[in-house]
Design a protein around this ligand. Sequence first.
Ligand code: HEM
Length: 468
Amino acid sequence: MGLRVATAFCKLPVSAGETISLRERLQDLGGAPGVLATMLRSMVDAWPEEVYAKPLIETRLLGQQTVFVMEPGLIRTLLVDEAGSLQREAFMTRALAPALGAGLLTSDGDRWRAQRRTSAPVFRPDRVRDFVPAMAAAAEATRERWLNRPADAGAFDLVPEMMRTALDIILATMTPGEGLDAERFGAAMEDYLGQTNWKMAYVMLGLPAWLPHPGGRRGREAARELRAVAAGLVNARRARGGGGSDLLGLLLAARDPATGAPLSEAELVDNLLTFVAAGHETVALALTWTLRLLADHPDVERRILDEIARVGTGFADDPARLDALSYTRQVVMEAMRLYPPAPLLVRRAARSIRLGDTLIPAGRSVHVPVYALHRHRLLWDRPDTFDPDRFAPAIHAARDRYAYLPFGAGPRVCIGMSLALSECLVVLATLLPSVRLRPVQAAMPEARFRVTLRPHGGMPMLPMRRAA
Ligand code: HEM
């Protein structure tokens, strides 16, 4: 169903027996269907220009009063000091809960706190080390797939290639050898996440959840399928008596340090799906944007190749080698500055909060637009220029911690941060020495916000064997 048709035909009840069309409702809200179209295309386009130049702004976004916070000190107050005064935004939870239930990403309060306490040790950097062999195996499989393509196979879209690699990694990390159909699982996840922009727009417009939208039915089927597969994995492992040093085994064995309680069956299913949803697309996009930026900056690519040659690969045997890839890490950080895979942090004030001179009343939406923060004119010199030297250790250490937030901050900082960075390093160091990627189009694709930040039209690239 096209947007025009959808807005004209979707009927909303206003009183007994009376309905109006969605188009009329949008007009009531003072937003033409064009605003909804913009938001569905990319929320970044719906942001006012001031988010790139002002410390804080208050504005209306699709009929909702919204505060955007871009000043690092105020962001710290918000995400750290006032973390207890914030809630998840309904538009995020309603979009994600049908598939992800009430796991780490979609819950609040005590429910969130207990799950976070219980699962945090599983993601400690020393535990992540144990997952490096699975990462290296998946990266090598991608490299072999690329090297074995027929000579005349031409260009491919790098986005699905990296999605497949990152999905293989998270599934191998979670449940290696469980016979899961990764391609089918990935397609269901894609079907689910692909329709979430509609759900978010509906919540912001105050539209009911039952109102149909494009992709809605397939999204529901995908959620059912994903939950059934995850429950199958949990039950099969339980039937074998649990155990295992993979993510699922560690989660089954995890106990809340405060209460001694294990995660319930529903919490295990919710969080397995949450880790796949939160942890594969984000990593895949970080890698996609990084590889494209490297193809556009051969001098930077050369420095990475020299570093990899110096450090050597063989990460499966010696995961500590990843620590020596310091310049490669800087490149990934700079790529995530320009193209943060999670471009927006959203919260709702559960009670009133003071941010500097601004009093934010209870109930107000508060956004940290990470994409804009990372290109903010008051915070970054040449904000749109790719320059990994910005992340040289001394320069990065002198920067305000809250000016750079690819993984968020405060108690809800990304739990998979260390896993994600290790994955990026292993994949880059495995692929780059063997394969050179050449962009098919000279211009960088437009970045579009669809929960994550994706290149519009994909990332067509031509892979070529790199001469030794
Ligand atoms: C480059 C890759 C990644 C990026 C850019 C990223 C980014 C983020 C960000 C910005 C948040 C905070 C959201 C907020 O405050 O509203 C977050 C939370 C989260 N991430 Fe990641 N993430 C990545 C990889 C991963 C991986 C690999 C996993 C797990 C395997 C993961 C699991 C999670 C979970 C469960 C949360 C919710 C934590 C909570 O609320 O307690 N992420 N991520």
